[in-house]
Design a protein around this ligand. Structure first.
Ligand SMILES: *Cc1c(COP(=O)(O)O)cnc(C)c1O
Length: 376
């Protein structure tokens, strides 16, 4: 993993902003090529980054054939925003697209944070909800999840009274997997002060079972607040490598402000074309997410039968408590050609997060995990 030794490298040159040397590194998944080299195996199983094991809709490849790479992409992402607008029933002027939703997390911080501000999030959290505000030089307050790794709604309401400039929360939670109930989300929305932007990161929205609350639908009734819901094509639609995500905002002005901090051609032409095609093929996405949900529940049962604690998940991954340091176990699995993500955040370093793969990959993982926790 990359070390943050930016300071040392610049000893003889202009100094970077001090905030940068304090950043925790982003805990990115081990790439397949590295896993192949370490394990010596041709076939490795990548369950570290919540990617879609079924790839993407076949219509994506077809849509890309006519693309002319010599032309600049559409800086307004008009076709993609129209397609999202049609799908969600939200005006296109309230939608802004990013080079992955991670770019929009950075853009929000760049647009709104000043040194005296602070940001609120939870722990454990999605790394960038902490890293990007820190890069902007502001303090990040984290409210720990409860003992059973559910959202501490009371604690968050108390922290919201101190008016963080931005409140970042993912639901379903990455890494935990649990989703906010409709009631919890409404209570949080009620506690938002006029000086706070509520950022609900719904990277896993498409995995949430029918009948459970849709965060966007709930916030869409709240034009009294400033909010942004983040979604992505990386997970359910299987386009992680192309980098495309979007924000739906409470007001057009918020979308314009976010847009103002982005580079003009931030979403490339391949990504825009692919995302429109992927969005049209809802049937493919629904089939993939339905299968992954089903296999997730089978894997959760399987792991629980090993005697391990598995947190209930609404997403395409499981957060598993181990009786030992998770990095050690992840290292043993890597030797076997299986990539998972050991959690690095203080207080959670005995948890691994494993992405749901195909049924066969899940079973392979379960067998090797059993061996690894006994450190055979
Ligand atoms: C994966 C993920 C993202 C990043 O998605 P990209 O669109 O690939 O940048 C954002 N938020 C959460 C919670 C995620 O898990």
């Amino acid at each position: 993993m990359a070390e943050n030794n930016l300071k040392a490298e610049e000893a003889n040159g202009p100094s970077a902003r001090p905030a940068l040397s304090r950043l925790p590194p982003y805990n990115a998944g081990v790439p397949a090529a590295v896993a192949r080299r370490i394990s010596g195996k041709e076939e490795v199983i990548c369950l570290g980054s919540n990617e879609n094991p079924y790839g993407t809709s076949p219509s994506v490849g077809a849509a890309l054939w006519g693309l002319v790479p010599s032309r600049y992409s559409d800086s307004t992402c008009a076709a993609l925003r129209e397609a999202i607008s049609d799908r969600l029933g939200v005006a296109a002027e309230r939608i802004v697209c990013g080079n992955g939703s991670e770019e929009l997390i950075a853009a929000l911080c760049r647009a709104y944070l000043e040194p005296a501000d602070h940001v609120l999030t939870v722990s454990p959290c999605f790394g960038l909800h902490e890293i990007e505000p820190m890069a902007a030089g502001v303090q990040v307050i984290k409210v720990a999840m409860t003992e059973d790794l559910d959202f501490d709604v009371e604690g968050l309401i108390a922290a919201l009274a101190k008016v963080p400039k931005i409140f970042f929360i993912s639901s379903p939670s990455n890494p935990v997997g649990q989703a906010l109930s409709g009631q919890a989300l409404s209570r949080l929305a009620d506690a938002i002060q006029p000086g706070t932007i509520f950022v609900l990161d719904e990277a896993y929205a498409e995995f949430v079972a029918k009948g459970l609350p849709d965060g966007l639908a709930i916030l869409n009734h709240r034009s009294d607040l400033h909010w942004a819901v983040l979604r992505t094509f990386s997970k359910a639609y299987g386009l992680a490598g192309l980098r495309v995500g979007y924000a739906i905002t409470s007001h057009p002005g918020l979308a314009r402000t976010i847009r103002a901090t982005l580079t003009p051609f931030n979403v490339n032409a391949v990504a825009q074309t692919a995302a429109v095609a992927a969005l049209r093929d809802t049937a493919w996405m629904i089939e993939a997410t339905t299968r992954l949900r089903y296999d997730r529940d089978i894997l959760a049962d399987r792991i629980r039968r090993l005697g391990l604690r598995v947190i209930p998940s609404q997403a395409n991954f499981l957060f598993i408590a181990l009786p030992m340091n998770a990095a050690t176990v992840a290292g043993v699995l890597l030797q076997k050609g299986i990539v998972v993500k050991p959690w690095m955040e203080t207080g959670y370093t005995n948890f691994i997060r494993v992405t749901i793969g195909t049924a066969e990959q899940n079973e392979h993982f379960a067998r090797e995990l059993e061996g690894a926790v006994n450190l055979r």
